[in-house]
Design a protein around this ligand. Structure first.
Ligand code: A3P
Length: 284
């Protein structure tokens, strides 16, 4: 895998990342009590959640989301540009990370900062990632979805194994500075999810403000918003052809997996995610 470097067992794209920044994110980066961090495995609805949280902060006013790009509103801790922006930023910060639990900033665990972790059916995560990266030199060319499924199940994809990422982060369940959301619930009950986020962040929104959050964070609105639909500047390099706002639905994997691929995936899922209560994962 020539396009990766490995750090503490995790493959990172050499185009998107620098080893020293990953290292510093873990050891030295200081998370402060008043910070909020959006955490996810890539392609789980991260950008949608960022848009929602930004709109909650402005009580539905779209000015911020329409004038400042996503990666400046909620910079990525482990990407150089975001890392430097965050270090120099005062006051309560909103930030994003895809880091696995064991590489997340150590300082978080001593702080009162809040994490919102969003999960998504890993089959949809896989399909979304496959089409996002395919032919873009961010990863080796998988040639086919079947090959990408093999890599995904082994964890040989950016940020490593979905199963380990999710298992490890879910160990925070029940902690009052941790909110667990899912892409599927966000789709099914968007308003209810926004209210959950408001409660968690201690924000009170009027019903008409909530309507505005809903309106401006919709798939269509985000697709049309130039500040949100192309968060593809990595370390200052624009990667052409990456489409973030692809389909925006739950269950698209059914259009792409063969029956045999679905069975293999199920088997690995059952093995790796054994022990979690039934119903925790809101997808079929
Ligand atoms: P698809 O590729 O399945 O369409 P991330 O932000 O973590 O990279 O996740 C990207 C996925 O979230 C993409 O999924 C994208 O379409 C979907 N997404 C982004 N904004 C959305 C929105 N407002 N509503 C529904 N899905 C959204």
């Amino acid at each position: 895998m020539s396009t990766y470097f490995w750090f503490e067992g995790i493959p990172f794209s050499s185009i998107a990342h620098i080893r020293e920044i990953i290292e510093e994110s873990h050891d030295k980066f200081v998370i402060r009590d008043e910070d909020t961090v959006i955490v996810s495995y890539p392609k789980s609805g991260t950008n949608w959640l960022i848009e929602t949280v930004c709109l909650i902060q402005t009580k539905g006013n779209p000015k911020w989301i329409q004038s400042v790009p996503t990666w400046e509103r909620s910079p990525w801790i482990e990407i150089q540009k975001g890392h430097l922006t965050l270090i120099n930023k005062e006051g309560p910060r909103l930030m994003t990370s895809h880091l696995p639990f064991h590489l997340f900033p150590k300082s978080f665990f001593r702080s009162k900062a809040k994490v919102i972790y969003v999960i998504r059916n890993p089959r949809d995560v896989l399909v979304s990632a496959y089409f996002f990266q395919y032919n873009k030199n961010l990863i080796d060319n998988p040639e086919s979805l079947g090959t990408y499924i093999e890599w995904f199940l082994k964890g040989n994809v950016p940020y490593g194994s979905w199963f380990e990422h999710t298992r490890d982060w879910l160990s925070m369940r029940g902690n009052d500075k941790f909110l667990l959301l899912s892409y599927e619930d966000m789709k099914k009950n968007t308003r209810g999810t926004i209210e959950k986020i408001c409660d968690f962040l201690g924000k009170k929104l009027e019903p008409d403000e909530l309507d505005l959050v809903l309106e401006y964070s919709s798939f269509q609105a985000m697709k049309e918003n130039k500040m949100s639909n192309s968060s593809h500047i990595l370390n200052g390099v624009i990667i052409n052809g990456l489409v973030l706002m692809r389909k925006g639905v739950a269950g698209d994997w059914k259009n792409h997996f063969t029956v045999a691929q679905a069975e293999t995936f199920d088997k690995v899922f059952q093995e790796k995610m054994a022990g979690f209560p039934p119903g925790l994962f809101p997808w079929k």
